[in-house]
Design a protein around this ligand. Structure first.
Ligand SMILES: O=C(O)C1=C[C@@H](OP(=O)(O)O)[C@@H](O)[C@H](O)C1
Ligand SMILES: C=C(OP(=O)(O)O)C(=O)O
Length: 458
């Protein structure tokens, strides 16, 4: 097993003379401003909502421009294992024909690294005609799940980890969702660790005859993702209501099938926009939605505050970076920002802050310690190894820009850490990003896209 803990990853520690190896990618450092138009793949979060909703629906659904990546392939495979017909051609729309009977799969469902697969499908396992076991990549078993499992137990589901298991996986769930008071179906949920718990119960609440009221007992992070779930449900004809702060009701109703085009993934887009911001160039991301529930849309306001110009028009979102680019710096300004609504942007934004002309403080992101790795520790460790000054706060990071030097950048099997490494490489020659292929969780073909963006290949 590879240890993905910050500070204990492969090759962590300063290395003044890094050598490229088959396991590292030399992040390119352009010598002129980056000018490009890019199309980014579909949103992970939208794709992984449409797929389970389609499995709950009353007929066949079609997804155009879905994200085709590890997280979404894991969702498709999981739904197949549960009895549904899911077709996932590489170059065409995906379709889901639901089976009325959810089956208990013969073997465990492999969630790979996908939080959304484990969290969204755990409550839906109660529809199966027997136990359902979930497994996945090692670190997934150590990511927060207790709040969701406690809520499921209070709704009558049995949740059991294998005896002697270090983390929560493999996890076996048995039994139907049965609210204690069927006349007033409700559940309390500690979702301080992840908004995905709320989304999961909203999806599952549709299967109860009288729906479900979910009341969070603490502050829920990433609230735009809850709104995304509500928007997806609304699109399928299922009503939801916000009933006070931290409380949501969902109607008990089978969703209508959908025929939808998936929005581009705006959190993935951020890395390409960062190339314009760092190099004083100009990058357009096509198909940027005018209105969206994706937290990644916050990148516009954040880049503006750092000194970049953002224009959203019929061509897409165009970011123009400040002209003061030089090797080692970017002409961007530091910021103070609460990223609680858009935690996915943190790694790329932290890299930008490390290249800015003044200090930054990013807060509201304590829950990122429970993501693919402890992202706050990982970012601080890796940027400091390159000569930076990043201090961890309980719920964020304080970043003081320092001249950075060549070195290795460990990624801890975290796609967004690898993207942060690419951004630093724009201004720091000789940066070697380890395990860059980890980006295929959400952004397949990342290095090819990046090198095309930078004009390195045709
Ligand atoms: O619902 C979703 O699709 C997601 C919700 C967020 O999770 P957290 O609330 O755990 O941060 C986000 O970070 C994750 O990448 C995707
Ligand atoms: C936290 C993330 O992923 P997941 O959906 O696995 O939670 C992420 O993509 O930044």
């Amino acid at each position: 097993m590879t240890d993905h803990t910050p500070g204990r990853g492969l090759h962590s520690g300063a290395d003044p003379r890094p050598a490229a190896s088959p396991h590292t990618w030399a992040a390119p450092t352009p010598t002129s401003p980056v000018e490009a138009t890019v199309t980014v793949p579909g949103s992970k979060s939208w794709t992984n909502r449409w797929l389970p909703l389609a499995a709950l629906a009353t007929g066949t659904s079609h997804l155009h421009a879905p994200l085709d990546a590890r997280d979404t392939r894991a969702m498709a495979a999981a739904l197949r294992a549960l009895g549904h017909t899911v077709t996932t051609p590489a170059d065409g729309p995906w379709s889901v024909t639901p089976s009325p009977d959810w089956r208990s799969p013969a073997g465990p469902i492999d969630c790979d690294q996908a939080g959304t697969v484990l969290r969204f499908l755990a409550p839906l396992a109660s529809l199966a005609d027997g136990p359902v076991t979930f497994t996945g990549e090692t670190h997934l078993g150590f990511r927060p799940l207790t709040g969701l499992l406690d809520a499921l137990r209070s709704l009558g589901v049995r949740a059991q980890s294998a005896p002697g298991a270090d983390g929560v996986l493999p996890l076996t769930l048995t039994g139907r969702l049965a609210p204690p008071d069927p006349a007033d179906p409700r559940v309390e949920l500690d979702a301080r660790a992840s908004s995905q718990f709320v989304s999961a119960l909203l999806l599952a609440g549709t299967t109860l005859p009288d729906g479900l009221t979910i009341t969070a007992t603490g502050e829920v992070p990433s609230l735009p993702h809850v709104e995304m779930t509500r928007a997806a449900l609304a699109h399928t004809g299922v009503r939801t209501e916000q009933r006070g702060e931290g409380s949501w009701w969902v109607e008990g109703k089978r969703p209508d099938p959908v025929d939808v085009t998936v929005e581009p993934d705006l959190s993935s887009a951020a890395v390409f926009l960062a190339a314009a911001a760092v190099t004083g160039g100009r990058v357009t991301v096509t198909g940027w939605p005018e209105r969206t529930t994706q937290g990644g849309d916050h990148v516009r306001g954040l880049l503006e505050r750092m000194g970049a110009r953002c224009v959203l028009d019929a061509d897409g979102l165009t970011v123009t970076g400040p002209a003061a680019h030089h090797v080692g710096g970017s002409g961007l300004h530091g910021i103070e920002a609460d990223l609680g609504a858009c935690g996915e942007l943190t790694p790329v934004l932290t890299a930008l802050c490390a290249l800015a002309d003044g200090p930054s403080t990013l807060t509201g992101i304590g829950h990122l310690r429970g993501h693919e790795t402890d992202r706050l520790a990982a970012l601080a460790t890796e940027i400091n190894t390159l000569g930076g000054e990043v201090r961890e706060l309980p719920d964020g990071l304080e970043i003081t820009p320092r001249p950075l030097h060549a070195g290795r950048f460990s990624t801890y099997h975290d796609h967004r850490m690898a993207m942060a490494g690419a951004v630093l490489g724009l201004a720091v020659p000789g940066l070697l990003v380890e395990d860059v292929e980890t980006t295929d969780k959400t952004l397949p073909g990342f290095t090819g896209r990046w090198e095309r963006l930078l004009g390195r290949t045709t």
